[in-house]
Design a protein around this ligand. Structure first.
Ligand code: KIV
Length: 278
């Protein structure tokens, strides 16, 4: 990757500078062609561990490995020139100790050329975030519904309702104090998301949160209608590419059965007419 290409993509400081300004636009990406479509439109692209569910058919994000993240991170990086790439730390790669987190975050950054890592957790992960950020690794935090913890959260429920809201505000403050440059707020009540956005000095990135956040993120396959196994309330479908793809596959099968594909325009003439053989 050339230094010139890298220079034009936003850095964590540029993301922080957007606090309270024009909302930040982001989507997940897992492949080069999709990253190319987002390049220059999104402010940052997240190589999310949602790749496990969206592209690999896993039941949750828990089975995602470092190797999967690196492979998809490298593919996405090849599609970006002016958009920053953030990469998720997969379950089990950072929770044990700050040292474990550093080794794996450094590997993700070195092998994918990501601009930052994202990890899930609030107050309990603050010491790890501080360890990483003080050693040259920009960190985006992720609080509220943290999908890697569904087994302790009891499923994909709205987080921070009622008295639990105070904990979410504490989490947001803790990750900010630890040096995170932005924080994802997933599936939290709208008013709480607004309170957190007002309370912290770093941009909040909402998913199932509030239009008042400093930015928004969606899983790309959700918003394009490519992932249809289920649809969360917070997903808006901007296209129905899954339906279009299915119709195209059916049309192809019908034409193959009818021998109307390939047509004359898809086949090749021989150089000279073939002599008839006896
Ligand atoms: O993995 C992912 O796609 C995410 C976003 C939903 C924020 O973490």
């Amino acid at each position: 990757m050339s230094a010139t290409a890298r220079k034009s993509a936003p850095m964590p400081q540029d993301i922080i500078a957007r606090k309270g300004g024009t909302p930040l636009v982001s989507l997940t990406a897992y492949t080069t062609p999709m990253a190319q479509l987002m390049d220059g439109i999104c402010d940052f692209v997240l190589v999310g561990d949602s790749v496990g569910m969206v592209l690999h058919g896993l039941p949750s994000t828990l089975g995602v490995t470092m190797e999967m993240m690196i492979l998809h991170g490298q593919a996405v990086r090849r599609g970006l020139t002016t958009t920053m790439m953030v990469i998720d730390m997969p379950f089990g790669s950072y929770e044990e100790s700050p040292q474990q987190a550093f080794a794996n975050a450094a590997r993700l950054m070195a092998e994918t050329d990501a601009g930052a890592v994202k990890l899930e957790g609030g107050t309990e992960m603050a010491p790890t975030i501080k360890f990483l950020t003080s050693r040259g690794i920009p960190v985006m935090a992720h609080i509220g519904l943290t999908p890697q913890s569904i087994n302790t959260l009891g499923g994909y429920k709205v987080q921070g309702r009622g008295a639990a809201g105070d904990q979410l505000i504490e989490d947001a403050q803790a990750v900010t104090d630890a040096g995170a440059f932005a924080v994802v707020l997933e599936k939290v009540p709208e008013t709480l998301a607004n309170t957190v956005t007002d309370a912290v000095a770093i941009p909040t990135i909402g998913i199932g949160a509030s239009a008042g956040c400093d930015g928004q993120i969606l899983v790309v396959d959700d918003m394009l209608g490519l992932f249809t196994a289920f649809k969360a309330k917070f997903v808006k479908r901007y296209a129905h590419l899954g339906d279009d793809a299915k119709a195209a596959i059916q049309a192809y099968a019908d034409e193959v059965h009818a021998r109307s594909f390939p047509g004359a325009e898809h086949v090749f003439a021989d150089e000279a007419p073939r002599k008839a053989t006896k």
